[in-house]
Design a protein around this ligand. Structure first.
Ligand SMILES: Nc1ncnc2c1ncn2[C@@H]1O[C@H](COP(=O)(O)OP(=O)(O)OP(=O)(O)O)[C@@H](O)[C@H]1O
Ligand SMILES: [Mg+2]
Length: 339
């Protein structure tokens, strides 16, 4: 609810990224909605097709999609690494296409930063050297950049390993270095392109927890890419699912689970434990008056209130953060999500 009121910091307006010769003129000749055959005929590859979305300040926006669906291409468009074939990309209201090269460099060095799937650490630099590197590029003096780097190293739980080289670290530790490095410039918008996919499942889960802990302290605007629906649901305030370069659905994880746009989305949601994702607010009855006094928080997940509701009688009052009654919940409302 709260996030909906926040202003957007990124806006994609009908973005297209098509690879191949004369992509721009061919795309405009092909009209507003070219099909696959038209692209194939002209030997074009459509990486991103007509994407429009807004990312709000302070939210974790996850872009989920299978391999080849266009996630990395979209992020490259968002960060100005790809020139768009059509459409507009706005960061903080500024159209990237209107920026000078110098302004783009400034934006990439100061306002946004990126974490990569393969860590992309510099092997000949220590942990400290790697984390301080973006500040070195900015021309910040040694003492100042190392002070900042040390704080970031501590933040990601690597204190004591400053002088290690990347090949002396585990995969999870290397990715923590990547995360620390991307935070040294204090970016407004933080892009992470499948940052945990090279890690084994247990470490991956730890890193997700760590990431949520970091975000609770930093409250950055985050664009997080993954091909894993579970990871998306766990991390996202809102998420977009991509397929063949297009967005299939955008919403809160519970919106996708409660009302999947099509069978494609439904297939992803089938194995998600719904009682852990859905919140009381999304399934409550806003029109029925409560008739018992065991109140339930609107933002609690179903698994946390299940016992109270199942053993209780009648309609429980559902209350928001201020304690105002916003609806009611009866055990029959819950039943279908617990089996
Ligand atoms: N530089 C390029 N030249 C030509 N085609 C490209 C280029 N970059 C990406 N593509 C194509 O665009 C499509 C989307 O690729 P993209 O890398 O964005 O997918 P992805 O969703 O990030 O996949 P993955 O999960 O495997 O990283 C693919 O068909 C890819 O082959
Ligand atoms: Mg990719």
């Amino acid at each position: 609810m709260e996030a909906q009121e926040k202003p957007s910091i990124l806006e994609c307006m009908d973005i297209w990224k098509v690879f191949g010769n004369n992509a721009q003129s061919l795309l405009s000749e092909l009209g507003p909605n070219p099909d696959d055959n038209a692209f194939a005929r002209h030997k074009l590859i459509a990486g991103v097709r007509g994407v429009s979305l807004k990312v709000r300040k302070g939210e974790i926006f996850v872009i989920m999609g299978l391999s080849g669906s266009g996630k990395s291409t979209l992020v490259r468009c968002m960060t100005g690494l790809h020139a768009l074939t059509a459409g507009h990309m706005l960061i903080d209201g500024l159209d990237l296409a209107q920026l000078s090269d110098a302004d783009l460099v400034h934006l990439r060095r100061r306002k946004i930063s990126m974490v990569f799937q393969d860590f992309a650490l510099l092997p000949h630099l220590t942990v400290l050297g790697n984390v301080a590197f973006p500040l070195r590029v900015q021309g910040i003096g040694r003492q100042a950049r190392e002070d900042t780097a040390l704080r970031m190293i501590e933040l990601v739980g690597l204190k004591g390993r400053e002088s290690y080289y990347p090949d002396e670290l585990s995969g999870g530790q290397q990715q923590r270095v990547g995360i620390a490095r991307s935070l040294t410039t204090q970016p407004d918008v933080w892009f992470l392109d499948e940052p945990f996919s090279a890690l084994d499942p247990l470490i991956r889960r730890d890193m997700q927890t760590e990431f949520l802990r970091l975000q609770s302290m930093l409250t950055k605007t985050i664009v997080f890419i993954t091909h894993d629906f579970d990871e998306a649901v766990r991390l996202a305030d809102r998420m977009a699912v991509m397929k063949d370069g297009r967005i299939v659905q955008i919403g809160r994880p519970e919106d996708l689970i409660l009302s999947p746009a099509d069978e494609y989305i439904e297939n992803f949601t089938r194995n998600i434990p719904k009682n852990k994702v859905l919140r009381v607010r999304s399934i409550m009855d806003a029109r029925t008056a409560p008739n018992n006094d065991v109140a339930l928080p609107a933002e609690a997940c179903l698994c946390d209130v299940a016992e109270r509701v199942i053993t209780g009688k009648g309609h429980h009052p559902v209350v928001d953060a201020e304690g105002t009654v916003v609806g009611a919940l009866h055990r029959s409302d819950l039943a279908q999500y617990l089996v």
